[in-house]
Structures are given as structure tokens and as C-alpha cells.
Design a protein around this ligand. Structure first.
Ligand SMILES: Cc1cc2nc3c(=O)[nH]c(=O)nc-3n(C[C@H](O)[C@H](O)[C@H](O)COP(=O)(O)OP(=O)(O)OC[C@H]3O[C@@H](n4cnc5c(N)ncnc54)[C@H](O)[C@@H]3O)c2cc1C
Length: 265
């Protein structure tokens, strides 16, 4: 690791000011991605601004539209939350599928979204549920938040404070894990409201998480596993690597979508 300063502000305004004062500083959440990146010398921030002691960044609460989850809320807390389980159970299921116990006890919702790994789980839920990412300065609709591989709409020094998830009629997440890393090789989140069905796919797209619009529109008129089984996903925009070809991933996505729908149809 390179040498860096460490700051642990007690207020969000102080964290924002520290990041604004030094463009090379970075927020630190649970360190699950950031610290390995530093150890591998892939990043060299001048300072880490630890968000863990800022009140109000962590916790889960009911809001009229659904659920509000603080950016510093750990995956384990979401997985075991009775409130999440009764309001959007698929979100608790998803959080419980992330990594292993150690990762779930340290990793955070905000860190996962800011990092926007193309194989991370939360982006699929945020996109399918049409959630709102709230930062220290604005609200960003999920459709505008994810911009590509490890790229989001966040500006330099902008801090995610919470994510607001609307209630849906039904939702489910099905994931095919990479057996070594446990990240998704194909993760499909299906969310059904009275008006439409949204299907978001992680782990497979060359440009990160994406909405599978064809599946969404077919499921809007016929919410059944068979409706997905009859579709085929074009592999040309999918990832191909040592873990699997684009064609294999296209098939995995279809199977995961079918499983997700079957679990709630
Ligand atoms: C072994 C292992 C297995 C894993 N498996 C999975 C998996 O199966 N599925 C999955 O989805 N993920 C997986 N992860 C990732 C994990 O879920 C973490 O959520 C993710 O790495 C982010 O970590 P963190 O929250 O600790 O953020 P950090 O590592 O602290 O930060 C990550 C990035 O986000 C920025 N950041 C952090 N918080 C904020 C904020 N509030 N606002 C703005 N920027 C912020 C940081 O500056 C940094 O650039 C795995 C990680 C490991 C180490």
C-alpha cells in the first residue's frame, strides 16, 4: 500500500468538505473493495474519509413509498431485517447471497453501488425496483445512475447517503454464482408492479447491469415462467471470459429469469 491520510468525520458536511478540499481523497465504507485495491496498488488516494461514524448513514426505515436504506447499512443487516423481509423480501434474499459472512458483515449498500462492479448484486435490485439513489446533494433515479463498467452518475466527492426503494407487488432475485468469488455470473431481479414488470440483469452484460426490456414487456402481459422460456437473449452485448462464453451467459440469464418468475408467479 502507499501512504495515505485517514480521517473519520462525525458529520456528513465534514466528509463532503474533506472530499471537496482534496480531489485525491476517497470515501471509505466497509473497505471490502477499496482496501484490496490499495493493497494491489491499483489506486493511490491521498486520504481515506471514513464514513462509518457519521450518524444517519446507516439503518433501515419504512417510508410511505416503501423502504429507505442508509448507504452504510451492511449487507448482513439487510439480509436479516424483519422490515425488509416483510416489505421487499427479495431484497433481503439478495443481500443474503452476497459473498460470504465476512463480506456481508463489512460490505455496504452505498459502497456496492458507488463501485458498480458489473457482477455485483445490488445494482440489479436498484434498477429493477426503480429505486432512487440519494446523495449529499441530489436524488438520482436508478435509470440514470448506472453508466457502464465501474461507472456511475456520481460526481467527484459526491456521497451516497441512502437509497429509497418503492414497494412492488412481487419481486424475486435468482443468481448463478461464480463458485470461486461468489459474484454473479448471471443475476436476474424481477420486479412486478400494477403497471409493468422490470427485469434487471447483473453479472452478464459487457457494460454492467442492464434492463432486459424484452423480458419485462413479455412478462407484463403474461407473468409466467413459460413466457421467459420462449425468449432468447442476444449474446452480442454479453461478457465472454474464462468463466463462460457470452452464449453460455445468455442461457444462464434466461434460466435465472425463469427461476425468479417461477418463485413468485
Ligand atoms: C471476497 C469478496 C466477495 C464478494 N462477493 C460479492 C458478491 O457475491 N456480490 C456482490 O454484490 N458483492 C460482492 N463483494 C463486494 C462487497 O459486497 C462490497 O459491497 C463491495 O466490495 C463494496 O464494499 P464496501 O461497501 O466495503 O465499500 P468500500 O470498499 O469501502 O468502497 C468501494 C468504493 O465505493 C466508494 N464509496 C463507498 N461508500 C460510498 C458512499 N456512501 N458514497 C460514495 N462513494 C462511496 C469508495 O470510495 C470506493 O471507491 C465481494 C467482496 C469480496 C471482498
Amino acid at each position: 500500500m502507499f501512504a495515505f491520510d485517514y480521517q473519520r468525520p462525525a458529520q456528513i458536511a465534514d466528509a463532503v468538505a474533506a472530499l471537496a478540499a482534496d480531489p485525491e481523497a476517497k470515501p471509505l465504507a466497509g473497505g471490502q473493495t477499496l482496501l484490496p485495491t490499495l493493497k494491489q496498488r491499483l489506486a493511490q488516494p491521498s486520504a481515506l474519509v471514513d464514513l462509518s461514524r457519521i450518524p444517519g448513514l446507516s439503518g433501515i426505515s419504512a417510508i410511505p413509498e416503501g423502504l429507505s436504506i442508509g448507504a452504510m447499512t451492511r449487507h448482513a443487516e439487510v439480509a436479516r431485517s424483519a422490515l425488509v423481509r416483510t416489505t421487499i423480501p427479495a431484497l433481503a434474499d439478495l443481500a443474503g447471497m452476497i459473498g460470504d459472512t465476512a463480506v456481508r458483515n463489512r460490505g455496504t449498500l452505498g459502497g456496492s453501488l458507488a463501485n458498480d462492479d458489473p457482477t455485483a448484486d445490488y445494482p440489479a435490485a436498484v434498477l429493477a425496483l426503480n429505486a432512487t439513489v440519494v446523495t449529499d446533494r441530489r436524488s438520482i433515479a436508478a435509470d440514470d445512475f448506472f453508466r457502464g463498467l465501474f461507472e456511475t452518475a456520481l460526481k467527484e466527492g459526491e456521497i451516497i447517503t441512502r437509497v429509497d426503494f418503492p414497494k412492488v407487488e412481487k419481486a424475486a432475485y435468482a443468481k448463478f454464482r461464480n463458485p470461486a468469488s461468489r459474484y454473479a455470473m448471471a443475476g436476474v431481479f424481477v420486479a412486478k408492479t400494477a403497471a409493468e414488470v422490470r427485469v434487471a440483469v447483473t453479472g452478464a452484460g459487457q457494460s454492467g447491469v442492464f434492463l432486459w426490456e424484452e423480458a419485462g414487456s413479455v412478462l407484463t402481459s403474461d407473468f409466467s415462467p413459460q413466457a421467459v422460456a420462449d425468449l432468447s437473449l442476444d449474446p452480442s452485448d454479453l461478457m465472454s471470459d474464462l468463466h463462460g462464453s457470452a452464449e453460455y451467459r445468455a442461457q444462464l440469464v434466461k434460466v435465472m429469469a425463469k427461476r425468479a418468475v417461477a418463485s413468485i408467479a
